[in-house]
Structures are given as structure tokens and as C-alpha cells.
Ligand binder design. Structure first.
Ligand code: URA
Length: 187
């Protein structure tokens, strides 16, 4: 396991998959490195690639609004992605790209040791919870695993496309707030 400085250096210089050829910036992660609550998206989009920070485009604006409902923000949780470089044209990251990158995320989790991990969308849920995870049926359910609680909620991009999913996500956010209280997670 690498410490933060070496991990960030390794990511910034990574050429483990072909996404390195088209990236503007590596999008390492943002937030408190001792956070008890961690969010994991799928991968950077255009704005994230340009700015080097996760969730700063339209989906990120919605994510900030979602977090604020339960008193979370970029300073009291940690936000990262399954892949740290933008897949061209915002396509889903391919399995070999995820395989090449997932060690960095696992290293981040090992350093942060969050009490709660929230997957944002199907890609993160399939990578971190179960490879047959069905976000429509299983969002908002909790599993205890390797010392932390883990769940998935709809990706904010899905909520931008389909507002009918928002009430479910509101309930999932309240469930997250309950879990934060239950496990005494600091925010
Ligand atoms: N979508 C993601 O999954 N991650 C980001 O950082 C931005 C958009």
C-alpha cells in the first residue's frame, strides 16, 4: 500500500491503460482524507478532465445539492471514481481500464478507512458490491463488508436524465443519514 504522496504521484504519472493518452488531467479524488463517508463514481467526464476534480460538471452540481440535504459537502466526505482518467465521449469505462485502475481506489479506501461507502451508479456498484448488481432493484440496500457499510444510489447523471428516480434517491439519502447516525460516522 502506498502513502498519499506516493499514491497521488503514481496516479498522476500512470500509463497502465490507454486512457492516459487522451486525458487532460488525472482526477484523483477530493475531500477529507480521514472521512468516515466516501462516495465512488464511475469516471471523470469532460469538466472533470479539464479541471482535475471529480463531479464538477452538471452531475456534480446535482451531487453537491444531494449531499447538502444531509449536511455533507466536499470537505466532510471523500469523493473518488473507479477510473481516474476520462473515457472518451463519456462512454462507460471498459473492464480492462477498470482493472488497471481499481488498485488506486482500493489504496485510497485503505488509507481513508471510511465507515460508509456509497457507490454512485451501476458501474461503481458492480465493481465494488457485486458484478451482477441491479441498481434499479437494489439501490439503497446496505451490506456490511470488510469493516465498512456499503450501498449504492442512482448516479446523479441518471437523475438528470430521469427525474422520476429522484424520490427514490431522496429516500436513499435519508437512509444514508440514518446510517451515519447509527454507526457514529463523523461528518
Ligand atoms: N461522473 C462520474 O461518475 N464521476 C465524475 O467525477 C463525474 C461524473
Amino acid at each position: 500500500m502506498l502513502d498519499w504522496d506516493n499514491l497521488e504521484h503514481a496516479c498522476q504519472n500512470c500509463s497502465r491503460c490507454s486512457l492516459c493518452a487522451t486525458r487532460t488531467n488525472v482526477v484523483f479524488g477530493v475531500g477529507a482524507r480521514d472521512a468516515d463517508v466516501m462516495f465512488v463514481g464511475e469516471g471523470p467526464g469532460e469538466q472533470e478532465d479539464l479541471q482535475g476534480e471529480p463531479f464538477v460538471g452538471p452531475a456534480g452540481k446535482l451531487l453537491d445539492d444531494m449531499l447538502s440535504i444531509i449536511d455533507l459537502n466536499r470537505n466532510n466526505c471523500y469523493i473518488a471514481n473507479v477510473v481516474k482518467c476520462r473515457p472518451p465521449h463519456n462512454r462507460d469505462p471498459k473492464d480492462p481500464e477498470q482493472d488497471a485502475c481499481i488498485g488506486y481506489l482500493r489504496n485510497q479506501v485503505s488509507l481513508i478507512r471510511p465507515k460508509i461507502i456509497v457507490c454512485l451508479g451501476r458501474i461503481a456498484a458492480r465493481r465494488l458490491i457485486a458484478d451482477d448488481y441491479r441498481i434499479t432493484q437494489e439501490h439503497g440496500t446496505w451490506l456490511h463488508r470488510n469493516g465498512f457499510w456499503i450501498t449504492a444510489i442512482y448516479h446523479p447523471s441518471a437523475l438528470l436524465r430521469d427525474v422520476s428516480k429522484r424520490p427514490d434517491t431522496f429516500m436513499d439519502l435519508l437512509s444514508l443519514r440514518d446510517k451515519i447516525r447509527e454507526v457514529g460516522a463523523k461528518i
